[in-house]
Design a protein around this ligand. Structure first.
Ligand code: NAP
Length: 288
């Protein structure tokens, strides 16, 4: 019966970033340039702009830097691929955050073939996806999926042997979080829109991770007494208010822990992005 807020976990990760950055700046490898994130945005989608604003603020506050590369919505595929290659090949950019989906006119698969796995902070490339799939821990995983795991670990939740229902199978959240939970020795059921008896599967689980994009869909009927509920959803309800995939008010008295929206997983995601940026910078200078 408690709210699991993201901020304490985020602060804890930020303290480690600050310590690691101090060490990096003192090391012989330090190139005399702050770790630099390249944000690549095509068009002006509201959710991209909101995430960009919080990413810039977070990375700046942690003493690193950001360059934003903004392109018109109607840029041609050929032109974008050329521009993206030059950003990717720029030795002064340590990591890249590419907003997707890209406009339909741009072939995203071709873009991701250009993106260097070492700069792929959100684990979008097939190379990093394969590393996660085979259990190699030195690749990048999607920041949101990583935020879910870090939040659970910070809350002291034992994952080994636990039954987990992950509701959603997207390549950016559902699948990677399922792989990461499996690597932590949890027993994971991946659920989706065609799952039969979704309620029963969730109710029978120790942990439910909701990533459906369906506002307040998971109510108390889906949750067993004392379960832990992680809400990844970011939705806008009919009154224009931000809400998650979980009906928080309905579930909070039944679950042992439940993350609020806003204030839960989303509060950890940009901190994870900053942490991935520092990893990329440190790894990058060692390899150059
Ligand atoms: P997505 O690509 O639309 O995937 C949604 C998944 O949910 C699909 O696998 C879909 O099943 C499943 N689903 C949809 N309706 C369902 C239902 N009624 N019952 C069971 N499963 C259902 O969405 P996404 O990109 O994974 O994002 C999920 C949510 O996370 C969204 O609200 C998004 O805004 C949010 N998000 C949060 C963060 C953060 O930092 N907190 C970051 C990114 C995204 P099928 O595969 O069968 O269609």
């Amino acid at each position: 019966m408690a709210e699991l807020r993201g901020l304490p976990a985020a602060k804890n990760i930020q303290e480690r970033i600050t310590e690691r950055l101090v060490e990096y700046k003192k090391s012989d490898d330090y190139p005399g340039r702050l770790p630099t994130l390249g944000i690549v945005r095509v068009g002006n989608r509201e959710d991209d702009l909101a995430y960009e604003k919080s990413a810039v603020k977070k990375i700046d506050s942690l003493g690193m830097q950001v360059k934003v590369f903004e392109f018109a919505q109607d840029i041609s595929c050929e032109e974008f691929l050329k521009e993206f290659k030059s950003i990717n090949d720029n030795p002064d950019i340590d990591g890249i955050l590419l907003f997707s989906p890209l406009p339909k006119s741009i072939d995203e698969k071709k873009v991701l073939k250009i993106l260097s796995p070492d700069k792929d902070l959100d684990g979008l490339t097939l190379y990093n996806q394969a590393k996660l799939y085979v259990g190699e821990k030195d690749g990048f995983v999607p920041c949101t999926a990583d935020a879910v795991i870090q939040l659970l670990k910070f809350a002291g939740v034992e994952l080994e042997g636990k039954k987990v229902a992950v509701v959603g199978r997207s390549p950016v959240i559902g699948k990677p979080v399922s792989m990461m939970l499996t690597a932590e020795n949890a027993t994971v059921t991946i659920c989706h829109s065609k799952t039969k008896d979704l309620k029963g599967t969730c109710k029978d689980s120790d942990i439910v991770v909701a990533a459906t994009g369906r506002a307040r869909m998971i109510d108390a009927d889906y949750i067993g007494d004392g379960a832990i509920v992680i809400d990844v959803g970011i939705n806008v309800d009919e009154d224009g208010n931000m809400c998650g995939d979980v009906d928080f008010e309905n579930v909070v008295n039944k679950a042992a822990l439940v993350t609020p929206v806003p204030g839960g997983v989303g509060s950890v995601t940009t901190t994870i992005l900053a942490s991935h940026l520092l990893d990329a910078a440190i790894k990058g200078v060692k390899e150059r």
